[in-house]
Each structure stands twice: as structure tokens, then as C-alpha cells.
Design a protein around this ligand. Structure first.
Ligand SMILES: [Zn+2]
Length: 436
């Protein structure tokens, strides 16, 4: 795969760092230009054929990298005569793209990503375009991507829209694998915005544009504050540790009675109320480097009390409420099934024995595969013996909380590694053990 890096852009917000003397992508971060970090990550992923699109002060980039041989890559340059936006150069580049698809990177992001996973995804989906998406800590002022349940993008929700609905924290990170076909859709010599002028029309035509979700590190570093944060995160090892070639540690979290108040079976969004310590608990997990993943049994679907879309709406409420406070969940999985048939209102499609209903470990196994999780360093927090039994079955450490059912459900004869007052206490204790 070849990579195209859009390395133009004046970077007015970075003037205090660039002094109008170097282009934005050459701003230093943890001792090296942003572009240098990008080239290193691409090379690590076996991507050695790089096209840099340059304009303002582009000669500084050419002087630094030359033909790339000192950096173990081959770099060619495309000079924009006038600024062509985030996609305008693609028309002219189509003859230089050798494969059916290529990677498109903006020059002001720091990333450390296992690209082969994203490439396999792009191939498996037979996608025209694949967008790297992730939950971020400020979804309320971010452009969101809305997908169907097959991860196909059905619309973009601009940060300028007024959102009067619960939304999924799914943000476009500005990192793409694009089919070469897409270059042909760009008009020559005209300033073109990739999202607005190219991707939005494709999505409106229901073309195969997909959202690849990953918890790996990718952040726009277009302001001095963000540069400072990212420098710190590179230096303390956080950026490299998130790469999915490395084993991840995870805290799996039960939903009802653990993250939100126990109110019996919840089939309507109004009944979803966060536990008072939930936001602070997830905030600590986010800062720790552990993944935070909710796994929950929701037999309400099988019992016919609501449908899968209602569950997703409830989960969007959960993500919206958390997102407003700057905290995020790396994933949310639920089992809609129930094995016992014979109730009047039941939905027979979901009345099956499955591998995902806790205490079975199907949801955990899905996450282990998806996020390269090391079970032996991971935890489950829950309020029932079912959660603790799930943890034992999967080989996780277990923490029972005394909110919700407080372990009094009596389903399994099982003892947890920790017993804690609530989810925040559980997270605090887990992180304390981690320090030892
Ligand atoms: Zn299931």
C-alpha cells in the first residue's frame, strides 16, 4: 500500500511554534517533526512508498526528507500550485497510485496504528473508502459518523448541527484507506474538501464507505495545547502501547446495577440513569491505559419488551452522557438472547441458546480478537454472581460491586477477587493493584 500525506496547510493556530518559518507538519513534538513520526509509523507498517503533497514552505519538507532514503522509505513530492484543500490533489495523483487503494493521511496528526488490520478490514468489506473512527473525549463538538449495524456509513453529523437525539460517540479521525476510483471523482485543479465534496455524496448514493473503529492512538495536533499533550503521551509510552500489535489490558464492565442504577429490566431510555460514581470511574480507566468495554445481557429483546434499536438508543444515551463529561467507552456489546421459550410476548428470533449470554464468554472472546486483549491482565466488574462467574469462565480477575444486586442474585456459588462499594472503588482498587 502507498501512502499519500497531505502536508500543505499554513497552520495559523500553530504560529507560536512554527514562527511562520516551517510548515505545520514540521512542528516538533517529543523532539521530532510530526511528519517524521508519521514516516516512522508508516515504515514500521511496511509502507515505504510515500507521496507528500506540499505547498506553503514545502521546500523545508523536501530539504528535511529528501528522497526518503535516510528514513528507510521512498518519498516523492507533489507541489500544489494553489491550495487544493484536503482532496484536490488526488485527481493529479491517480496516475501515481499503483494499487487499487491507498492510505490518505493528514500532515497534522500523530498516530500509531496497526495498519494491516485496517487494510484487511477495507478488503473484507470490499469498501470504496474506509474511515478510521474512534470514540473521543469531546464528541459534543466533533463531527460524527453514523453507521448501520454492518458499520457502513449512512450519514455524517456535523459538529455545527443541533443534536436533539442521543448519539453514538463515533468520530472521524481523519485517516483513510481510499479506492483509487475515488481520485477520479475529484475535479482537476479545484479546491476540494474530502469529507464534504467527496465522501458525503458517496454516502448519499449508498456507496460502500465503511467505518473502521479502533482504540489505537490518533490525534490531530493542530494547536500548541494538543502538541504539548501528545508530546507527553508519546514520552510516557501511552501512544505506542495502544497499537494493536501490542497486548491490551481491559476492564470489562457490566451495565445494569454497575454502571447505571438497577431498575429491573430496562426497555426505555428514561429508565437509564448512571450510577453516581460511574463518570469518575470511567475517567480513571480512560487515563490508565486500560480499555473500558461494557458487556451486558439484555434479554428484554428476546422477551419482546423492546427491539434492538431501542437497546442501541439506550446505549447512545449512555455514550452521550459519558461523552458530555469527557469520558468514553472503547466498545459496548450486548446479548439480546434468552434460552427459555414459552412466554406470550416473546420474540422467537432471539429465543435461542447462544454463546454470548453471560456467564458464557462469547462477548469477551469477540473483544479479545478485536482488540488483542491479554485476558490474564484484565478484569470484569459487575453486581451479580453471573458477572463473576463470567470472569472466572474467561480467566479474568473479578470485582463485585455492592450497588445493584450486590451479588445477592444467588445464581452461582462463586467468590470474586475484590468486593467494592461501587464501580469507582472497584476501579481505584484495580489501578492500585496495577501499581504494585
Ligand atoms: Zn446471546
Amino acid at each position: 500500500m502507498q501512502a499519500v500525506i497531505m502536508a500543505g496547510g499554513k497552520g495559523t493556530r500553530l504560529r507560536s511554534i512554527t514562527n511562520d518559518d516551517i510548515p505545520k507538519p514540521m512542528a516538533h513534538i517529543a523532539g521530532k517533526p510530526i511528519l517524521h513520526w508519521q514516516v516512522e509509523c508508516l515504515r514500521k507498517n511496511g509502507i515505504t512508498d510515500i507521496i507528500m503533497v506540499i505547498e506553503h514552505l514545502g521546500e523545508k519538507i523536501e530539504t528535511f526528507f529528501g528522497n526518503g532514503s535516510n528514513f528507510g522509505v521512498n518519498i516523492t513530492y507533489y507541489w500544489e500550485v494553489q491550495p487544493l484543500g484536503t482532496a484536490g490533489a488526488l485527481y493529479d495523483l491517480q496516475n501515481q497510485i499503483m494499487d487499487n487503494y491507498f492510505l490518505l493521511v493528514f500532515g497534522d496528526v500523530i498516530f500509531d496504528i496497526h495498519l494491516a488490520r485496517m487494510e484487511q478490514y477495507h478488503i473484507a468489506k470490499a469498501a470504496l473508502g474506509t474511515l478510521f473512527v474512534h470514540p473521543n473525549s469531546h464528541p459534543y463538538d466533533s463531527d460524527l459518523v453514523v453507521t448501520d449495524d454492518n458499520e457502513k456509513i449512512i450519514r455524517f453529523d456535523s459538529k455545527n448541527n443541533k443534536r436533539s437525539y442521543w448519539y453514538n460517540n463515533c468520530v472521524n479521525a481523519g485517516f483513510y484507506i481510499l479506492s483509487k476510483e475515488i481520485c477520479k471523482l475529484v475535479k482537476p485543479g479545484i479546491k476540494t474538501d474530502l469529507e464534504k465534496d467527496v465522501l458525503m455524496p458517496l454516502v448519499a448514493q449508498k456507496q460502500a464507505v465503511y467505518a473502521y473503529a479502533s482504540p489505537e492512538y490518533i490525534k490531530d495536533v493542530g494547536t500548541p495545547e494538543r502538541i504539548s499533550t501528545a508530546s507527553h503521551e508519546i514520552e510516557n509510552g501511552y501512544v505506542a502501547a495502544r497499537n494493536l500489535t501490542k497486548k491490551q489490558k481491559c476492564i470489562f464492565i457490566d451495565r445494569d446495577g454497575t454502571l447505571n442504577q438497577h431498575k429491573g429490566l430496562i426497555s426505555h431510555e428514561d429508565d437509564f440513569v448512571l450510577e453516581s460514581s460511574a463518570i469518575e470511574a470511567i475517567k480513571r480507566i480512560n487515563a490508565s491505559g486500560y480499555l473500558a468495554i461494557v458487556i451486558t445481557n439484555q434479554p428484554v429483546v428476546a422477551r419482546g419488551l423492546c427491539d434492538v434499536l431501542d437497546i442501541e438508543n439506550i446505549h447512545n444515551k449512555m455514550k452521550t452522557l459519558l461523552g458530555r463529561e469527557g469520558v468514553l467507552l472503547d466498545d459496548v456489546l450486548f446479548c439480546p438472547h434468552h434460552p427459555d421459550k414459552g412466554y406470550p410476548e416473546e420474540n422467537p428470533v432471539y429465543k435461542v441458546s447462544c454463546k454470548c449470554r453471560k456467564p458464557q464468554t462469547g462477548m469477551i472472546e469477540t473483544c479479545v480478537e478485536k482488540f488483542n486483549i491479554d485476558i490474564t491482565q484484565s478484569w470484569i466488574i459487575g453486581d451479580t454472581t453471573i458477572d463473576i462467574q463470567t470472569g472466572k469462565n474467561a480467566g479474568l480477575y473479578t470485582a463485585l460491586v455492592l450497588t445493584g444486586e450486590a451479588g445477592k442474585d444467588g445464581k452461582y456459588e462463586v467468590k470474586s477477587d475484590l468486593v467494592c462499594g461501587n464501580i469507582l472503588e472497584a476501579v481505584e482498587q484495580i489501578l492500585k493493584i496495577e501499581e504494585i
